[in-house]
Design a protein around this ligand. Sequence first.
Ligand SMILES: Nc1nc2c(ncn2[C@@H]2O[C@H](COP(=O)(O)OP(=O)(O)OP(=O)(O)O)[C@@H](O)[C@H]2O)c(=O)[nH]1
Ligand SMILES: [Mg+2]
Length: 253
Amino acid sequence: MTPPGARKSGGPPHKAGGNGRDTAVDNLAAQSAVAEDAAKRAAEIAAADRHFRGNWLFVRSVPSLEFLPDADRPEVAFAGRSNVGKSTLINALVDQHGLARASNTPGRTQELNFFRPSLTQEPFYLVDMPGYGYAKAPKSMVEAWTLLIKDYLRGRATLARTFLLIDARHGIKTVDQGIMDLLDGAAVSFQIVLTKADKLTPLALERTIAATQELIVTHPAAMPTVLATSSEKKQGLAELRAAVIAATRRGPA
Ligand SMILES: Nc1nc2c(ncn2[C@@H]2O[C@H](COP(=O)(O)OP(=O)(O)OP(=O)(O)O)[C@@H](O)[C@H]2O)c(=O)[nH]1
Ligand SMILES: [Mg+2]
């Protein structure tokens, strides 16, 4: 089975024509570039893992923007439809069961929850967000969450990247498109993370990744790579940790 994780389109460039020797030299150069890329990637993943080790701490719950912590470090947010698996994915990333509160019932997370690593040279926040698109909650509550989500996403100066979670079984929905448009408009870089990859066959997952990649090309703020994860099977987590660390180093989008 092909493990879920980062997928990049394309491979080493293929050069048409030329004599046999040139082609052999080109092939060697391409192979060594691929090996170099793979080594660099492995080093990034190992470095990111180190940043996630150790105890993680809950910082605060933010019911409205005036309660945000000082904007003194980069942060990354986990956004997505209600029940997509945001809180569970944060727990899997930090390998700490119960840090973020997850539940079978949609609408579990109702505020912006800030977490920070206790041991790291470079401080940053992970932010667990309330889900959007939960039709069964009372209208006034849905409106309040939606406003909080939108105001935070478009207004937070230290938001380095939003990880936009999409249930691998359902793909991108209209309500997700609305959030992607908002992020484009605010020039906040975002990356699509498919969740619950364990619920799909490897072939179906490949197809969903390809379809999702096609859908995001028109979004200027989208990172081109779609990540696939399963919190349940602990798949795709190392790649996501590396993406989080890369985002926090680039600073605000
Ligand atoms: N099979 C499977 N189930 C998952 C996975 N991740 C989350 N779930 C389940 O999905 C449900 C919702 O998970 P949450 O993490 O609470 O989802 P959320 O996006 O934080 O939900 P809200 O806070 O309500 O917006 C729970 O029953 C989880 O156990 C996964 O990788 N695989
Ligand atoms: Mg949640």
